[in-house]
Ligand binder design. Structure first.
Ligand code: 0A1
Ligand code: ZN
Length: 854
């Protein structure tokens, strides 16, 4: 592949501090869809050496005037290119000065949703990572932190910005943010909005007004977001001792948003799908996610805002830690065991997948072309896993001391991963030089285990090896915390969990004085983000599934049993009886948490089976995988139909819908049973349930069963008639049709849906619903004739011209392409090359595609 124009690459090693000091930013913004006026005043101090002042600012900024201390700067001293504005050193005072710019921008033209844009008549902003430079000329880098004073002018009734309100009158609102912040945390919102309001008194007595702003008519669906916010504020005080620091906290829901949500200081802006929920429109999964993301954004107030990142290479400093904190929050509020299993499932599905393909990168990358391409599962989810390992290694007390030191030492700083590791070293006395490799090295280590047993001693012999990743052929050994417990032959635990610290390429650990040979339960709680390879027969796996005291390891034993059966079936062998027996026992275990039972009953997805085949040297055949999985599900249903029918009938939840963990757990077991029964009852139960269910969780589950059987038409019509005006439900309507379509129909269904007038593809949620739905239909996306790839490529090219971030992000549908057969690889390569050769392709998509076909 030839990339037409070399792109500028940013390198971690090139970091230099900004050579000026910015002591305050004042903005005066007069909002208008086509001609917004942005007046900016920057109070600057030069450094000792005379240097040019370089500000970021794109071609879309129409500069009307540029003044220093009130005097127009001589144009001979001003240079502009596509990305910057430079004032030559000769034109700059050698003493503190104020730089004033008058810039005009067009929010209405902004379809990329970066900077200031309009979403359904609401003005809003998205400035992370580098959106502020689309609003005004500025040192748009996270290590330039200052206070902001903002004046907004508009006829719209609600005018919001960061910090505390100073005054609001006659179409003018003033906001003052006393906490220094980088530009990526700036936000403004103006619109016809209504609030669900509440208040919170912090533990030191600060009264905080809380508002969740939504469109008129949506108030009824904003209550859960507010409850989640209050729970988050309390939790951060109780667990981390972190208090909120302004008089108001505003959350705004908008329909057009590239990501999930954004932690702007005191003014979080959310994708409406992560705010709005009611039982008839949102599933249990939606509720749990809303709670987690509200918490995530709120927790950023300390981990991200009060302490930010020195540069974008350090992104996982704030994201890994904040994900780790939101995971802790959910485990405290709901079931810790279930949450851990769900998190590991996500980690494997998204991050292991990324790590095994051409897009692999370390949690702290050291180069990038487009930073928006690095908001990845590796930075977020693996970033969180690395913190989990640190905590496991230094213990809960050590972790608490390190975090206190981090907040004390770095409050107000733009910090680095080195700063982060240093607080752990200083608080605990531990040397973390080797541990740092988790941040700098890409790839998922493969841990192999062999066991020996002699004279009452069980010895575990581990080796670790990390496969090469782009730019990193050789990987030295890492510190791997391996949590191990032992289960005796009668099923009792004979040794409780102990964390082994592996630091070498090969290392052995012994357990002495044992009466009879126990079964080792290894990597309990998924104590490290590694892949474990271990010879274990199905009977031993079934034993662990029945007896392991660690819920994660227990689930994992079942998972391994299922994967062992499914990979054999996909290779054409006969397998699965052990799994079917073992899973029946677990599903019928009334003492086990229903959510746990549901997790065990849900078979690994086709993507996960493909990954397992690929990592064990077999080229995955998507159709064979799909059939193997459907066949095993059918056999489970046949073998356990009475039990499943009983679960389906009894795991109902009496009374009004509640999204709490217990109710959601029962529903999850009920719909797991429904899904399996659907394999043998022709979908009759699903048909009935769809018509009578009072909540979206059960309706979506029923609809998925019906669609898989090709009998979803009337349910789809009903849902459409009821919710045609509800964007979020219609997103589900689009997505599930493609996701649950029989694979041979998936592309045709996607084509038909894409031709509909209500396929509002410029809306990121709608686009993701359809294209993401296809990517999630493994055998459909990987159709042997390449039609799934071609359809996706066509749409990515169309989207790229409108919204490069979304096109680039969705291009990851292709990231596993090298592992398929030669014919599929040819189709995929053609599709990627077609994208690469598109004239005017964005930097975002170009970088992604060229990494994938490098
Ligand atoms: N910091 C936000 C995520 C976010 C990142 C980038 C965005 O635009 C490119 C928007 C949001 C978070 O972690 O929630
Ligand atoms: Zn975040």
């Amino acid at each position: 592949m030839s990339v037409e124009k070399p792109q500028p690459v940013q390198h971690l090693a090139d970091y230099r501090p900004w050579p000026f000091t910015l002591s305050q930013t004042r903005l005066d913004v007069t909002l208008a869809p086509r001609d917004t006026v942005v007046l900016t005043e920057l109070d600057l101090e030069p450094s000792d050496q005379p240097v040019d002042l370089v500000l970021d600012g794109g071609a879309g900024l129409r500069l009307q005037s540029l003044r220093i201390d009130g005097l127009t700067v001589d144009p001979a001293h001003v240079l502009r290119d596509d990305e910057t504005l430079t004032i030559r050193a000769a034109a700059l005072p050698r003493v503190p000065f104020t730089l004033a710019t008058d810039v005009r921008i067009d929010p209405q033209d902004n379809t990329a949703f970066e900077g200031l844009y309009l979403s359904g008549g609401i003005f809003c902003t998205q400035c992370e990572a580098e959106g502020f430079r689309h609003i005004t000329f500025y040192p748009d880098r996270p290590d330039v932190m200052t206070t902001f004073r903002v004046t907004l002018r508009s006829d719209l009734p609600v005018l919001l910005s960061n910090g505390n309100p100073v005054r609001a009158q006659d179409g003018v609102a003033e906001w003052n943010d006393p906490w220094p912040k980088p530009a990526y945390l700036f936000a403004l919102v103006a619109g016809d909005l209504v609030a669900v309001s509440d208040s919170f008194t912090t533990r030191s007595g600060r009264a905080v007004d809380l508002n969740v702003w939504v469109r008129p008519g949506d108030q009824d669906r904003a209550g859960f977001a507010m409850e989640s916010l209050i729970a988050s504020m309390r939790w951060d005080e109780d667990v981390y001792g972190r208090e909120y620091d302004l008089d108001v906290f505003n959350i705004v829901a908008v329909d057009d948003f590239n990501m999930g949500a954004m932690e702007n200081k005191g003014l979080n802006i959310f994708n409406s799908k992560l705010v709005l929920a009611s039982p008839d429109t949102a599933t249990d999964g939606d509720y749990e996610r809303i709670e987690a993301v509200i918490a995530h954004e709120y927790f950023h107030n300390w981990t991200g805002n009060r302490i930010t990142c020195r540069d974008w290479f350090q992104l996982c400093l704030k994201e890994g830690l904040t994900v780790f904190r939101d995971q802790q929050f959910t485990s405290d509020l709901r079931s810790a065991a279930v949450k851990r299993i769900e998190d590991v499932q996500t980690l494997r599905a998204r991050q292991f997948r990324e790590d095994q393909g051409p897009l692999a990168h370390p949690p702290r990358p050291d180069r990038y072309e487009e930073i928006n391409n690095f908001y990845t599962a590796t930075v977020y989810e693996k970033g969180a896993e690395v913190i989990g390992m640190l905590k496991r290694l230094v213990g809960d007390d050590g972790y608490a001391r390190a975090l206190d030191l981090y907040f004390d030492r770095h409050d107000g700083d733009a910090a680095t991963i080195e700063d982060w590791l240093k607080v752990f070293e200083d608080a605990t006395g531990r040397d973390l030089a080797q541990f740092k490799r988790w941040y700098t090295d890409a790839g998922t280590p493969v841990l192999t285990l062999q066991e020996t047993w002699q004279d009452g001693t069980l010895t575990l012999h581990f080796t670790q090896q990390t496969p090469p990743t782009p730019g990193q052929p050789d990987k030295p050994a890492r510190v791997i915390p391996i949590a191990v417990g032992l289960i005796g032959p009668n099923g009792d635990e004979v040794a409780p969990t102990r964390v082994l610290e592996m630091t070498e390429d090969r290392q052995s650990f012994s357990f002495e004085g044992l009466g009879a040979r126990p079964v080792a339960s290894v990597l309990r709680g998924c104590s490290a983000p590694v892949m474990l390879q271990r010879q274990m027969d199905d009977a031993t796996r079934a034993f662990l599934l029945a007896h392991d005291t660690d819920p994660f390891a227990r689930w994992e034993a079942g998972r391994e049993l299922a994967l062992s059966a499914l990979t054999q079936l996909a290779r054409g062998a006969d397998a699965g009886d052990d799994y079917i027996t073992a899973i029946g026992a677990l599903a019928g275990d009334a003492d086990a948490d229903p959510a746990f039972r549901a997790l065990c009953l849900n078979l690994p997805g086709e993507e996960e089976i493909a990954t397992r085949l690929a990592t064990t040297g077999t080229t995955p055949d998507p159709d064979a995988i799909q059939q193997a999985r459907a066949g095993l599900a059918r056999r489970i249903a046949m073998a356990h139909q009475d039990l499943l029918a009983e679960l389906y009938d009894t795991m109902t939840v009496p009374g009004a819908y509640s999204p709490d963990a217990d109710a959601a757990a029962r529903r999850s077991l009920r719909i797991a049973a429904l899904g399996l029964l659907g394999r043998i009852d022709g979908g009759d139960r699903a048909e009935v349930l769809f018509g009578i269910a009072g909540n979206m969780t059960e309706r979506m589950a029923a609809l998925a069963v019906l669609l898989r059987l090709g009998r979803g038409d009337s349910a789809l019509r009903m849902l459409h008639d009821e919710f045609a005006d509800n964007r979020l439900v219609m997103d589900k309507w689009f997505g599930i049709q493609v996701m649950a379509a029989p694979p041979s129909d998936a592309v045709a269904v996607a084509e038909r849906l894409a031709a509909r007038p209500d396929f509002d593809w410029k809306n990121p949620n709608r686009f993701r619903a359809l294209l993401g739905g296809l990517a999630a239909n493994h055998a459909g996306f990987h159709a042997a004739d390449g039609s799934g790839y071609a359809f996706t490529a066509d749409w990515l090219m169309r989207m790229d011209a409108v919204n490069p971030q979304i096109a680039a992000r969705m291009s990851t549908a292709f990231e596993t392409w090298p592992r398929y057969d030669a014919a599929r690889r040819d189709h995929a390569r053609n599709a990627l090359e077609r994208i690469a050769s598109l004239a005017g392709l964005s930097r975002n998509t170009r970088e992604m595609v060229s990494r994938m076909i490098a």
